[in-house]
Design a binder for this molecule. Structure first.
Ligand SMILES: NC(=O)c1ccc[n+]([C@@H]2O[C@H](COP(=O)([O-])OP(=O)(O)OC[C@H]3O[C@@H](n4cnc5c(N)ncnc54)[C@H](O)[C@@H]3O)[C@@H](O)[C@H]2O)c1
Length: 429
């Protein structure tokens, strides 16, 4: 198989996760250019992959001002910085691994998909869960017909209390105005998964959600703005930023995000963390941040043929997705964090548990998102090199339409109505 070359635009957490495949499979993937404004991140990517200095840039517009220098681009800038580099990279003929959400604007999601179709390039969205063994196994159970026709799905996305506080109270996605609504930033994965599992179009959506816990009304008496200023409630508080960022020396994810530090083989220093806790939202009391995204949300979904799904996003758990698919001839239940799928078939009244060892294989450092990260980038390399698609493949237009269903659900939440997804799509397609 031909080795596939990539440039990286935005050398943060996600680009690092994907580019690790070039370390484990150097005959399949190489990184030949990078655009990243943070010097330490740019240099750590440069050094890791021996990228020539002339291919290292501090802004996406500079690397994309050059003639095409690779087969594909990983675009993993923040949510509101996807559209422009994506359109320019497509124009240059790059295949894309474009992080979700495609854009925070519905019309831009569609424009990206149309541009990809016109140019004949692959635009794969970072919907890594499609590639995670747990969910591909679930898709296979459904596609095999073992549970008959799908009628109902009950799906819960447990974001987890600590993860939620890091990303959605203090981190990059805490203000919808600067990033995206919670449903788009986090749960576009789940819309995409559900549409893929049901394999039918969305027809109607309805949604409720608000922010009731991570707000000032719940701030304990006497708590300072920043945990590091000596909070009298700091000891029992699970969200105490000093505990989460400063005391936990091994948490590279949290530490490097808070300090905007280099990613490869690096953990931000105590000095960097202290500075982040004093100067950035990562130091805020979770009850006194400037967060605007919802902290719990539900969506009722209807698909063609009357298939129904209920979806819950909640931080009030330890984290992980749980799904129950009910069909005309059987049901399947699974907890993605555990990995087992329990299949019960009505005819023979038998329960079969497909063990996690059968489903989740070779989990390593590459195993982010239940193995989805590494499998997505591997599948993209195969797609570009051989043209072969996997069961997890999704066209850019299908991804865009699944994003439109998210926007429609947000409209439903804001207007207190049921939104007809086909009618909603007509505005943009
Ligand atoms: N697929 C998933 O499961 C998943 C998970 C988390 C995040 N994401 C998405 O991935 C994207 C990136 O998230 P992340 O956690 O890696 O963020 P990050 O902040 O770690 O990385 C983004 C990088 O973009 C860089 N950048 C900023 N301006 C730039 C410019 N002009 N040119 C080039 N680079 C620039 C930043 O300096 C930063 O290093 C987001 O859209 C996010 O929503 C996807």
């Amino acid at each position: 198989m031909k080795k596939v070359s990539f440039i990286v635009i935005g050398a943060g957490n996600r680009a690092t996760a994907y580019s690790r495949y070039a370390i484990s499979a150097p005959d399949k993937m190489e990184i030949v250019g990078v655009a990243e404004p943070i010097k330490a991140r740019r240099e750590s990517m440069r050094d890791q992959f021996h990228i020539p200095e002339e291919n290292c840039f501090s802004d996406w517009s500079e690397i994309l001002a050059r003639p095409k220098m690779a087969d594909a681009a990983i675009i993993s800038t923040q949510d509101q910085m996807h559209y422009e580099p994506a359109m320019r990279a497509i124009e240059l003929g790059y295949h894309l691994l474009l992080e979700k959400p495609m854009s925070h604007r519905p019309e831009e999601c569609v424009a990206i998909a149309k541009a990809a179709e016109e140019k004949g390039v692959h635009v794969i969205i970072g919907h890594v869960l499609r590639y995670a063994p747990f969910f591909t196994a679930l898709r296979n159970v459904i596609a095999s017909g073992r549970i008959g026709k799908v009628v109902n799905i009950d799906h819960v996305e447990g974001v987890g209390d600590i993860h939620y506080s890091h990303s959605f109270v203090r981190g990059s996605w805490h203000r919808e105005e600067d990033s995206a609504p919670m449903l788009l930033a986090k749960s576009c994965h789940d819309f995409d998964l559900l549409q893929w599992l049901v394999d039918k179009d969305f027809t109607r959506v309805q949604s409720f959600g608000s922010r009731t816990h991570f707000c000032k009304e719940n701030k304990p008496e006497g708590a300072p703005k920043r945990c590091i200023e000596g909070c009298p409630h700091g000891k029992p508080c699970v969200y105490n930023a000093v505990k989460r960022y400063y005391d936990d020396k091994q948490n590279a994810w949290f530490r490097n995000a808070a300090a905007m530090a280099a990613q490869f083989d690096n953990i931000a220093t105590d000095e960097e963390i202290e500075c982040a806790l004093r100067e950035t939202p990562y130091g805020y009391c979770v009850y006194d941040s400037d967060n605007t995204v919802v902290d719990h949300q539900t969506v009722n979904m209807e698909f063609e043929g009357g298939v129904l799904a209920t979806f819950t996003m909640s931080p009030f758990n330890r984290g992980g997705r749980r799904i129950h698919v009910m069909g005309t001839e059987g049901e399947v239940y699974g907890d993605a964090g555990v990995g087992d799928l329990t299949v019960f078939t009505y005819q023979n009244r038998k329960t079969v548990v497909e063990k996690s060892s059968d489903i989740v294989q070779d989990e390593t450092i590459l195993g982010g998102h239940g193995g989805g990260d590494s499998r997505l980038i591997k599948a993209l390399c195969e797609l570009i090199a051989t043209g072969e698609t996997s069961v997890s493949y999704c066209s850019a237009m299908t991804s865009a339409r699944n994003h439109l269903a998210v926007f429609a659900a947000e409209e439903a939440r804001h207007t207190g109505t049921v939104v007809d997804v086909a009618e909603y799509e007509k505005r943009f397609l």
